[in-house]
Design a protein around this ligand. Structure first.
Ligand SMILES: [Zn+2]
Length: 472
């Protein structure tokens, strides 16, 4: 029995052969795709409870944002101008996040999901690096919102168990001296005991991680500067035990190049046994050819946070060499205030364009590869190759429908080219996640027509938050 038939569309399957089916259809039964093929065959073979005639629109796998931050969205547009990584982190992000209450986190989560769904995102990996383990109410409220909105999420529970060393403390002092009136939480805020962090992560996984459902929980050691080798190893063991992954910010800024003495960040992770297919490393900007070889050999996945790296001026990750060497590479929009969007397709377009210019080689990162990085490659990078990332029978029915019949996309003889280089995000009309329609004709079902109210509340909350954190 077919529940839903999407018919009369161009299906960009993203299967192994990157098949594109014109006049195609997708049959959905329960939360899974039950058939994909020519519309006339599926219409004859199925008797669906509901038929969505999509009239020539383009159907793609729901997009996967492999590295992002949610609560920070309320700080969009606030004070990121001309700031480098640590200036932004210590003087804007951390003080403001520290001020946020559960209600504000929930509102941020709602705004985030609305924007994500409207851009065709069905799965995102959240790095909650500002998690306060003494108060999990914000986490619970956010996870409730994701559930209500019907989106698929990975919640990376941020772990910090290492007080800063002298060098890092000095860096903190120097950078925070620029904004003395901001209530800085301090360089060792949120640092907890290693065992407590790991035990609390287990509790969170056992309560919220649902392998058959839409919600996952991963241990997320925040950065190498703020996490011990024991916590990194413990997190990796937990990932093995619960069949999840770990995710960590690695080698983002210049200051991290040799923070382990003679060892690079990647060599350090290799030495402590934390490279491998359970590790998803964010950034990896400050990496060299040897690091790239280690990543490739160990099967470690990388998330390229292209636009955040550009905005904070941390530099170009060696993505072309990673792709050449076979490092599994996904794309993350990272922080919504460094982007300033959570739309993976706009970042895929940036990635496909910028690396060509940087390398003076039009052949690097073709549009198809960039599209893979937000669909099938991203699914593999987050350990979900068997269920997500393409439109194939048996996979989860996570699907976005776009209307490319727009002046800025005319003509579009190659839908993948148009998706990567031409879309703006406003073309997504309908989204299904796990077989359920979560957005139809751009109306998000989980907010009951309350979009203006959510936007007004977010604007008001953001103003209040910035005032309380005294950010100027
Ligand atoms: Zn990040």
């Amino acid at each position: 029995m077919t529940d839903t038939l999407l018919t009369n569309g161009t299906i960009v399957t993203q299967d192994e052969n990157r098949r594109i089916i014109t006049d195609g259809a997708v049959a959905i039964t329960g939360n899974r795709i039950s058939d994909v093929g020519p519309a006339d065959r599926l219409e004859a073979d199925t008797s669906p409870a509901r038929t969505l005639d999509i009239d020539g629109r383009v159907v793609i796998p729901g997009l996967i944002n492999a590295h992002t931050h949610v609560s920070d969205i309320l700080l969009r547009g606030a004070f990121t101008q001309d700031r480098g990584l640590y200036d932004w982190l210590f003087n804007v992000k951390q003080p403001a996040l520290f001020e946020m209450g559960p209600e504000e986190h929930a509102l941020a989560a709602r705004l985030y999901c609305i924007e994500a769904l409207r851009s065709g995102t069905t799965t995102f990996v959240e790095n909650d690096t500002a998690l306060d383990w003494t108060d999990l109410e914000p986490t619970r409220r956010k996870l409730d919102v994701y559930d209500e909105m019907g989106v698929r999420n990975v919640y990376g529970a941020g772990i910090r168990d290492l007080a800063p060393d002298e060098g890092f403390e000095q860096l903190f002092e120097d950078v925070t001296a620029r904004d003395p009136d901001v209530p800085h939480p301090g360089p060792d805020a949120l640092v907890v005991e290693t065992d407590d962090a790991l035990e609390d992560t287990v509790a969170l996984i056992e309560e919220f991680h649902d392998p058959a459902g839409r919600q996952s929980v991963w241990p997320a050691p925040a950065t190498l500067a703020t996490t011990t080798a024991d916590a990194l190893r413990g997190a990796y063991r937990l990932a093995e035990r619960y069949d999840v992954m770990t995710t960590t910010h690695v080698a983002e800024a210049k200051a991290e190049v040799r923070e382990r003495g003679a060892l690079s960040s990647i060599e350090y992770l290799r030495n402590i046994g934390c490279l491998g297919d359970r590790a998803l490393l964010g950034h990896c900007v400050q990496t060299d050819a040897r690091d790239v070889r280690l990543l490739a050999r160990s099967g470690t996945a990388v998330v390229h946070n292209y636009r955040a790296n550009m905005r904070l001026a941390t530099g170009f990750a060696p993505v072309v060499s990673m792709l050449d060497k076979g490092v599994l590479t996904a794309i993350g929009t990272d922080n919504s205030i460094l982007n300033d969007t959570v739309n993976p397709l706009s970042d895929a377009g940036g990635v496909a364009t910028a690396h060509k210019g940087f390398h003076r080689d039009p052949g690097v990162v073709p549009a198809q590869r960039a599209f893979d990085m937000v669909t099938r490659d991203a699914a593999t990078a987050i350990g979900r190759a068997d269920t997500l990332g393409s439109i194939e029978s048996g996979k989860q029915a996570d699907i976005a429908v776009l209307d490319l019949d727009e002046p800025h996309l005319t003509p579009s003889p190659d839908p993948v080219h148009a998706l990567v280089y031409g879309t703006r995000g406003s073309e997504v009309e309908t989204v299904l996640c796990a077989g359920t329609v979560v957005m139809e004709d751009r109306e998000i079902t989980g907010i009951d027509g309350e979009l203006p109210a959510v936007l007004a509340a977010a604007t008001a909350a953001a103003e209040d938050l910035v005032g309380r954190a005294n950010i100027a």
